[in-house]
Design a protein around this ligand. Structure first.
Ligand code: ADP
Length: 307
Protein backbone atom coordinates (compact mmCIF):
# COMPACT_ATOMS: atom_id res chain seq x y z
CA UNK A 1 0.00 0.00 0.00
CA UNK A 2 1.32 3.43 -0.94
CA UNK A 3 2.22 6.00 1.73
CA UNK A 4 1.20 9.01 -0.37
CA UNK A 5 -1.71 9.97 -2.62
CA UNK A 6 -2.44 12.97 -4.89
CA UNK A 7 -6.12 13.76 -5.43
CA UNK A 8 -8.58 16.08 -7.20
CA UNK A 9 -11.31 17.49 -4.91
CA UNK A 10 -14.27 18.89 -6.87
CA UNK A 11 -16.13 22.13 -6.34
CA UNK A 12 -19.80 21.52 -5.54
CA UNK A 13 -23.13 23.31 -5.86
CA UNK A 14 -25.36 23.03 -2.79
CA UNK A 15 -29.14 23.60 -2.65
CA UNK A 16 -29.58 23.35 -6.46
CA UNK A 17 -32.52 25.80 -6.44
CA UNK A 18 -35.46 24.03 -4.73
CA UNK A 19 -33.37 21.69 -2.51
CA UNK A 20 -32.24 24.03 0.28
CA UNK A 21 -29.83 22.17 2.61
CA UNK A 22 -30.63 18.78 1.03
CA UNK A 23 -29.54 18.70 -2.65
CA UNK A 24 -26.04 19.06 -4.06
CA UNK A 25 -23.99 18.23 -7.14
CA UNK A 26 -20.29 17.90 -7.97
CA UNK A 27 -18.43 19.75 -10.74
CA UNK A 28 -15.72 18.43 -13.05
CA UNK A 29 -13.91 21.52 -14.32
CA UNK A 30 -13.23 23.26 -11.00
CA UNK A 31 -11.53 21.81 -7.94
CA UNK A 32 -8.51 21.75 -5.64
CA UNK A 33 -5.62 19.32 -5.52
CA UNK A 34 -4.24 17.78 -2.35
CA UNK A 35 -1.34 15.50 -1.47
CA UNK A 36 -1.74 13.39 1.67
CA UNK A 37 1.08 11.33 3.13
CA UNK A 38 1.36 8.93 6.10
CA UNK A 39 3.77 9.93 8.87
CA UNK A 40 5.12 8.03 11.89
CA UNK A 41 4.32 11.07 14.02
CA UNK A 42 0.74 11.01 15.35
CA UNK A 43 -1.80 13.72 14.47
CA UNK A 44 -2.23 15.90 11.40
CA UNK A 45 0.00 18.63 9.98
CA UNK A 46 -0.81 20.97 7.10
CA UNK A 47 2.65 21.34 5.54
CA UNK A 48 1.75 23.38 2.44
CA UNK A 49 -1.19 25.60 1.45
CA UNK A 50 -0.96 27.38 -1.91
CA UNK A 51 -3.44 29.48 -3.90
CA UNK A 52 -5.39 31.07 -1.03
CA UNK A 53 -4.59 32.81 2.20
CA UNK A 54 -6.09 30.37 4.74
CA UNK A 55 -5.10 29.19 8.21
CA UNK A 56 -2.58 26.32 8.29
CA UNK A 57 -2.99 25.34 11.97
CA UNK A 58 -4.65 21.92 12.13
CA UNK A 59 -7.53 23.09 14.33
CA UNK A 60 -8.26 26.16 12.17
CA UNK A 61 -8.24 24.38 8.82
CA UNK A 62 -11.22 22.27 7.79
CA UNK A 63 -8.91 19.55 6.38
CA UNK A 64 -7.23 19.25 9.79
CA UNK A 65 -10.48 19.17 11.75
CA UNK A 66 -12.14 16.61 9.42
CA UNK A 67 -8.96 14.49 9.47
CA UNK A 68 -8.86 14.49 13.28
CA UNK A 69 -12.50 13.33 13.35
CA UNK A 70 -11.45 10.31 11.23
CA UNK A 71 -8.34 9.61 13.34
CA UNK A 72 -10.47 9.60 16.50
CA UNK A 73 -12.43 6.62 15.10
CA UNK A 74 -9.40 4.77 13.69
CA UNK A 75 -6.95 2.35 15.32
CA UNK A 76 -4.10 3.64 13.08
CA UNK A 77 -1.13 4.54 15.27
CA UNK A 78 0.58 7.11 12.98
CA UNK A 79 -0.49 10.45 11.49
CA UNK A 80 -0.74 12.39 8.20
CA UNK A 81 0.83 15.36 6.41
CA UNK A 82 -1.44 17.38 4.12
CA UNK A 83 -0.56 19.67 1.19
CA UNK A 84 -3.43 21.78 -0.18
CA UNK A 85 -3.36 23.46 -3.60
CA UNK A 86 -6.46 25.69 -3.66
CA UNK A 87 -8.10 26.65 -6.94
CA UNK A 88 -11.56 27.22 -5.42
CA UNK A 89 -11.83 30.62 -3.76
CA UNK A 90 -12.96 30.53 -0.11
CA UNK A 91 -16.41 32.03 0.40
CA UNK A 92 -17.35 31.65 -3.28
CA UNK A 93 -20.36 29.43 -2.60
CA UNK A 94 -19.02 26.48 -4.58
CA UNK A 95 -17.82 24.37 -1.67
CA UNK A 96 -14.29 25.58 -1.04
CA UNK A 97 -14.27 24.29 2.54
CA UNK A 98 -16.04 21.04 1.57
CA UNK A 99 -13.36 20.27 -1.05
CA UNK A 100 -10.65 20.36 1.64
CA UNK A 101 -12.54 18.52 4.37
CA UNK A 102 -13.70 15.73 2.04
CA UNK A 103 -10.32 15.50 0.28
CA UNK A 104 -8.52 14.96 3.59
CA UNK A 105 -10.76 12.15 4.85
CA UNK A 106 -11.18 10.45 1.45
CA UNK A 107 -7.40 10.28 0.93
CA UNK A 108 -6.73 9.07 4.50
CA UNK A 109 -9.31 6.32 4.04
CA UNK A 110 -7.55 5.20 0.82
CA UNK A 111 -4.12 5.19 2.54
CA UNK A 112 -5.53 3.13 5.44
CA UNK A 113 -7.06 0.49 3.12
CA UNK A 114 -10.64 1.86 3.10
CA UNK A 115 -11.83 0.98 6.62
CA UNK A 116 -14.65 3.58 6.46
CA UNK A 117 -17.82 3.77 4.32
CA UNK A 118 -18.73 6.82 2.19
CA UNK A 119 -21.42 7.73 4.75
CA UNK A 120 -18.82 7.69 7.55
CA UNK A 121 -16.50 9.89 5.45
CA UNK A 122 -19.35 12.38 5.02
CA UNK A 123 -19.80 12.44 8.82
CA UNK A 124 -16.08 13.18 9.39
CA UNK A 125 -16.06 15.87 6.67
CA UNK A 126 -19.14 17.51 8.24
CA UNK A 127 -16.94 18.38 11.24
CA UNK A 128 -14.86 20.53 8.82
CA UNK A 129 -18.06 22.23 7.65
CA UNK A 130 -18.92 22.95 11.28
CA UNK A 131 -15.63 24.83 11.58
CA UNK A 132 -16.22 26.78 8.32
CA UNK A 133 -19.80 27.88 8.92
CA UNK A 134 -20.80 26.93 12.45
CA UNK A 135 -23.19 24.23 11.19
CA UNK A 136 -22.30 20.65 10.18
CA UNK A 137 -23.89 20.69 6.71
CA UNK A 138 -23.71 17.73 4.36
CA UNK A 139 -25.04 19.27 1.14
CA UNK A 140 -21.57 20.12 -0.24
CA UNK A 141 -19.58 17.25 1.26
CA UNK A 142 -22.00 14.53 0.09
CA UNK A 143 -21.64 15.21 -3.67
CA UNK A 144 -17.85 15.67 -3.31
CA UNK A 145 -17.61 12.12 -1.89
CA UNK A 146 -20.37 10.31 -3.85
CA UNK A 147 -20.17 12.28 -7.14
CA UNK A 148 -23.15 13.34 -9.28
CA UNK A 149 -26.30 14.64 -7.57
CA UNK A 150 -26.92 13.75 -3.94
CA UNK A 151 -29.91 14.10 -1.64
CA UNK A 152 -29.59 14.35 2.14
CA UNK A 153 -32.92 12.65 2.89
CA UNK A 154 -32.39 12.97 6.64
CA UNK A 155 -29.76 14.41 9.00
CA UNK A 156 -30.74 12.34 12.06
CA UNK A 157 -30.03 9.60 11.25
CA UNK A 158 -27.82 10.73 8.34
CA UNK A 159 -29.25 9.23 5.14
CA UNK A 160 -27.64 10.15 1.81
CA UNK A 161 -28.94 9.06 -1.57
CA UNK A 162 -26.93 9.28 -4.79
CA UNK A 163 -29.28 10.46 -7.54
CA UNK A 164 -28.96 9.41 -11.21
CA UNK A 165 -27.40 12.20 -13.31
CA UNK A 166 -28.34 12.60 -17.00
CA UNK A 167 -25.29 12.42 -19.27
CA UNK A 168 -25.89 15.67 -21.18
CA UNK A 169 -26.23 17.90 -18.12
CA UNK A 170 -23.75 20.81 -17.82
CA UNK A 171 -23.40 23.57 -15.23
CA UNK A 172 -22.34 27.17 -15.82
CA UNK A 173 -21.23 28.98 -12.67
CA UNK A 174 -20.43 32.68 -12.39
CA UNK A 175 -18.67 34.03 -9.29
CA UNK A 176 -18.89 37.82 -8.82
CA UNK A 177 -15.85 39.07 -6.93
CA UNK A 178 -17.82 40.32 -3.95
CA UNK A 179 -17.93 38.92 -0.45
CA UNK A 180 -21.12 37.44 0.98
CA UNK A 181 -20.54 35.86 4.40
CA UNK A 182 -22.34 32.50 4.79
CA UNK A 183 -23.43 33.61 8.27
CA UNK A 184 -25.01 36.82 6.84
CA UNK A 185 -26.84 35.03 4.05
CA UNK A 186 -28.26 32.62 6.68
CA UNK A 187 -29.24 35.41 9.05
CA UNK A 188 -31.61 37.04 6.54
CA UNK A 189 -33.62 33.83 6.03
CA UNK A 190 -36.98 33.39 7.74
CA UNK A 191 -37.28 30.52 10.21
CA UNK A 192 -40.79 29.51 9.13
CA UNK A 193 -42.51 29.19 5.76
CA UNK A 194 -46.10 29.39 4.53
CA UNK A 195 -47.76 26.06 3.75
CA UNK A 196 -48.54 27.25 0.18
CA UNK A 197 -44.79 27.86 -0.41
CA UNK A 198 -43.95 24.47 1.07
CA UNK A 199 -46.37 22.81 -1.35
CA UNK A 200 -44.71 24.48 -4.35
CA UNK A 201 -41.24 23.62 -3.04
CA UNK A 202 -41.75 19.88 -2.43
CA UNK A 203 -43.55 19.64 -5.75
CA UNK A 204 -40.41 20.97 -7.39
CA UNK A 205 -38.00 18.78 -5.40
CA UNK A 206 -40.02 15.70 -6.42
CA UNK A 207 -40.16 16.95 -10.02
CA UNK A 208 -36.41 17.53 -10.14
CA UNK A 209 -35.61 14.05 -8.81
CA UNK A 210 -38.07 12.46 -11.26
CA UNK A 211 -36.59 14.56 -14.10
CA UNK A 212 -33.05 13.47 -13.25
CA UNK A 213 -33.97 9.75 -13.17
CA UNK A 214 -36.00 9.85 -16.39
CA UNK A 215 -33.52 12.21 -18.12
CA UNK A 216 -36.46 14.52 -18.85
CA UNK A 217 -34.65 17.84 -19.38
CA UNK A 218 -37.90 19.86 -19.67
CA UNK A 219 -39.09 18.53 -16.33
CA UNK A 220 -35.68 19.34 -14.79
CA UNK A 221 -36.04 22.90 -16.11
CA UNK A 222 -39.62 23.30 -14.84
CA UNK A 223 -38.56 22.05 -11.41
CA UNK A 224 -35.57 24.39 -10.94
CA UNK A 225 -37.73 26.88 -9.04
CA UNK A 226 -37.12 28.07 -5.49
CA UNK A 227 -40.00 29.92 -3.81
CA UNK A 228 -38.42 30.09 -0.37
CA UNK A 229 -34.72 31.03 -0.26
CA UNK A 230 -33.86 32.56 -3.64
CA UNK A 231 -36.30 35.51 -3.41
CA UNK A 232 -34.61 36.58 -0.14
CA UNK A 233 -30.95 35.76 -0.80
CA UNK A 234 -30.85 37.08 -4.36
CA UNK A 235 -31.01 40.62 -2.92
CA UNK A 236 -27.36 40.13 -1.85
CA UNK A 237 -26.23 39.27 -5.41
CA UNK A 238 -25.77 42.16 -7.84
CA UNK A 239 -27.59 41.71 -11.15
CA UNK A 240 -29.18 38.39 -10.14
CA UNK A 241 -32.51 38.97 -11.93
CA UNK A 242 -30.73 39.99 -15.13
CA UNK A 243 -28.36 36.97 -14.96
CA UNK A 244 -31.39 34.74 -14.59
CA UNK A 245 -33.49 36.25 -17.38
CA UNK A 246 -30.56 36.39 -19.85
CA UNK A 247 -29.34 32.85 -19.13
CA UNK A 248 -32.86 31.44 -19.57
CA UNK A 249 -33.15 33.36 -22.87
CA UNK A 250 -29.84 31.79 -23.95
CA UNK A 251 -31.30 28.31 -23.37
CA UNK A 252 -30.50 27.41 -19.75
CA UNK A 253 -32.90 24.94 -18.11
CA UNK A 254 -32.79 26.91 -14.86
CA UNK A 255 -30.75 29.41 -12.85
CA UNK A 256 -30.35 29.96 -9.11
CA UNK A 257 -27.88 30.75 -6.31
CA UNK A 258 -25.04 28.29 -5.67
CA UNK A 259 -24.94 27.44 -1.97
CA UNK A 260 -25.21 30.63 0.04
CA UNK A 261 -23.80 32.67 -2.88
CA UNK A 262 -22.49 34.89 -4.26
CA UNK A 263 -21.94 32.39 -7.12
CA UNK A 264 -24.91 31.89 -9.44
CA UNK A 265 -25.33 28.62 -11.36
CA UNK A 266 -27.33 27.46 -14.34
CA UNK A 267 -27.94 23.95 -15.68
CA UNK A 268 -28.10 23.32 -19.42
CA UNK A 269 -28.57 20.41 -21.80
CA UNK A 270 -25.26 19.96 -23.66
CA UNK A 271 -21.96 21.84 -23.61
CA UNK A 272 -22.86 24.07 -26.56
CA UNK A 273 -25.82 25.58 -24.72
CA UNK A 274 -23.82 25.85 -21.46
CA UNK A 275 -21.16 27.87 -23.34
CA UNK A 276 -23.82 30.12 -24.90
CA UNK A 277 -25.30 30.64 -21.44
CA UNK A 278 -21.82 31.55 -20.15
CA UNK A 279 -21.55 34.24 -22.86
CA UNK A 280 -24.92 35.71 -21.86
CA UNK A 281 -23.88 35.84 -18.17
CA UNK A 282 -20.50 37.36 -19.04
CA UNK A 283 -22.27 40.13 -20.99
CA UNK A 284 -24.50 40.95 -18.02
CA UNK A 285 -21.56 41.41 -15.63
CA UNK A 286 -19.45 43.27 -18.22
CA UNK A 287 -22.35 45.74 -18.56
CA UNK A 288 -22.62 46.05 -14.76
CA UNK A 289 -18.80 46.49 -14.50
CA UNK A 290 -18.51 43.61 -12.02
CA UNK A 291 -15.37 41.41 -11.96
CA UNK A 292 -16.09 37.69 -12.06
CA UNK A 293 -14.81 34.15 -12.63
CA UNK A 294 -16.88 31.85 -14.82
CA UNK A 295 -16.79 28.06 -15.19
CA UNK A 296 -18.53 25.69 -17.59
CA UNK A 297 -18.47 22.13 -16.33
CA UNK A 298 -19.93 18.69 -16.93
CA UNK A 299 -21.47 17.18 -13.80
CA UNK A 300 -18.76 15.11 -12.09
CA UNK A 301 -20.09 11.57 -11.70
CA UNK A 302 -17.29 10.05 -9.59
CA UNK A 303 -16.51 12.76 -7.01
CA UNK A 304 -13.00 12.94 -5.53
CA UNK A 305 -10.45 10.98 -7.55
CA UNK A 306 -6.81 9.96 -7.38
CA UNK A 307 -4.53 11.77 -9.87
P1 ADP B 1 -17.63 28.02 0.46
O1 ADP B 1 -18.99 28.60 0.44
O2 ADP B 1 -16.88 28.29 -0.81
O3 ADP B 1 -17.55 26.59 0.90
P2 ADP B 1 -17.24 28.71 3.11
O4 ADP B 1 -17.63 30.11 3.49
O5 ADP B 1 -18.14 27.58 3.43
O6 ADP B 1 -16.86 28.76 1.57
O7 ADP B 1 -15.85 28.30 3.76
C1 ADP B 1 -14.84 29.19 3.85
C2 ADP B 1 -14.43 29.36 5.32
O8 ADP B 1 -13.75 28.19 5.79
C3 ADP B 1 -13.48 30.53 5.46
O9 ADP B 1 -13.79 31.19 6.68
C4 ADP B 1 -12.11 29.85 5.59
O10 ADP B 1 -11.20 30.60 6.35
C5 ADP B 1 -12.44 28.55 6.28
N1 ADP B 1 -11.47 27.48 5.93
C6 ADP B 1 -10.68 26.80 6.79
N2 ADP B 1 -9.95 25.88 6.14
C7 ADP B 1 -10.27 25.97 4.83
C8 ADP B 1 -9.83 25.27 3.67
N3 ADP B 1 -8.90 24.32 3.72
N4 ADP B 1 -10.39 25.61 2.50
C9 ADP B 1 -11.34 26.58 2.43
N5 ADP B 1 -11.78 27.27 3.50
C10 ADP B 1 -11.25 26.97 4.70
Amino acid sequence: MSNEIRIFCPATIANVSCGFDVLGLALDAVGDEMVIRKTKEKGIKITKLEGQNLPMETLNNVAGVAGLALLAESDYQGGFEIEIYKKIKAGSGIGSSAASSTGAVWAMNELLGKPFSSLELVQFAMEGERLASGVAHADNVAPAIYGGFTLVRSYAPLDIIKIHTPSELYATVIHPQIEVKTADSRKILKTSIELKDGIKQWGNVGGLIAGLYTEDYDLIGRSLEDHIVEPIRSILIPGFDKLKSESLKAGALGCSISGSGPSVFTLSRGEKTALKVADSMRKVYNNFGIDFDIHVSKINLEGIKQL
